[in-house]
Design a protein around this ligand. Structure first.
Ligand code: PMV
Length: 325
């Protein structure tokens, strides 16, 4: 009843933005991501019949409060599925995701937790079932079940059974890279959950966002298949800007960008003007991720490092899906 799993985080090139069901975590739109090998979580889950509650350690420190509750209610779903209610666990999770890099460690965290807990309870899950399960811990985490380029199909059923991720291409299909520019940030964040809800409820731009997705998805998948970097990068960059435009139009409006965010966007455009293919994408925070090809790694690193306010630049390749050890 003890299993360790490893899962990598992912960066969305077509963003998931907005839920149609808050409790089952069902999205309004399909999304598409690249799993990254540089950032991962390793989680060990051990169940024991004699234990009376779940204990959760993150990076060797006991976690309590809301963060623990989220893990416990997620385990409840897995216990129910396995018919093992009343069996409690000790969970040890280690994040190799620098939080400062602005990657949601929840993506790798919930994918590793789902895989380890399901295996430890003897649940035989297909990857599809594991992805649908993982989705209920954290939406974007359902894409981290797979390596390479991954699409999360929103599904149409009310029970969420057809809302899971599928692999578009494996990690070795194409050596595309992502640089994460690390900003210092003390700013209070609008959490993605809250930001999505406010946008769906109040932004007049939101319906246009949803309408724009099918064309973006079809085009980016075609670009991925043909390894057309300009096509993939420009669609990802435009999709990111459209997502952020919906937040500017929300009521009350909100914005995730800081001064340094804009400086990085300008620097990426300057790289392109100099003939270096590079494109940016930004999640629900100020940090910027830059897509580039391996031959431009040093130029991209130097350019990003030279920007005032950028403290570090972390480069990553495409990563593998979740594995159990
Ligand atoms: O799954 P969450 O609640 O961390 O939301 C992720 C939202 C974005 O990062 C902005 C987009 C995405 O698809 O990952």
């Amino acid at each position: 009843m003890k299993t360790t799993a490893k899962a990598h985080t992912n960066i969305a090139l077509i963003k998931y933005w907005g839920k149609r069901d808050e409790s089952l975590i069902l999205p309004m739109n399909n999304s598409l991501s690249l799993t990254l090998d540089g950032f991962y979580t390793e989680t060990t889950v051990e169940f024991h019949d004699d234990w009376t509650e779940d204990v959760f350690y993150l990076n060797d420190e006991a976690v309590s409060g809301g963060e623990r509750n989220r893990v416990v209610s997620f385990l409840d779903r897995i216990r129910k599925k396995a018919g093992k209610e009343g069996t409690y666990a000790e969970i040890h999770s280690v994040n190799h995701v620098p939080t400062a890099a602005g990657f949601a460690s929840s993506a790798s965290g919930f994918a590793a937790l789902a895989a380890a807990a399901a295996r430890a309870l003897g649940l035989e899950c297909s990857n599809q079932e594991l992805s649908a399960l993982t989705r209920q811990g954290s939406g974007s985490a359902c894409r981290s079940v797979y390596g390479g380029f991954v699409e999360w199909e929103k599904g149409t059923r009310a029970d969420g059974s057809d809302s899971y991720a599928v692999q578009v291409t494996p990690p070795d299909h194409w050596d595309i890279r992502v640089a994460a520019a690390v900003l210092s940030s003390d700013a209070k964040k609008v959490l993605s959950r809250e930001g999505m809800k406010r946008t769906v409820d109040t932004s007049p731009f939101y319906p246009s966002w949803v309408e724009s997705i099918p064309a973006d998805l079809a085009a980016i998948k075609d670009g991925i298949m043909r390894k057309d970097f300009e096509k993939v990068g420009s669609i990802a960059e435009a999709n990111c800007l459209r997502m952020h435009a919906t937040t500017l139009a929300a009521d009350p409006p909100f914005m995730y960008w800081q001064n340094t965010t804009l400086l990085i966007m300008e620097a990426v455009r300057a790289l392109r003007a100099d003939g270096v293919p590079a494109y940016f994408t930004i999640d629900a925070g100020p940090n910027v991720k830059v897509l580039y090809l391996p031959e431009y790694e040093e130029i991209v690193r130097q350019k990003l490092r030279s920007i005032p306010g950028v403290h570090d630049v972390i480069m990553s390749k495409a990563g593998q899906g979740v594995t159990c050890m």
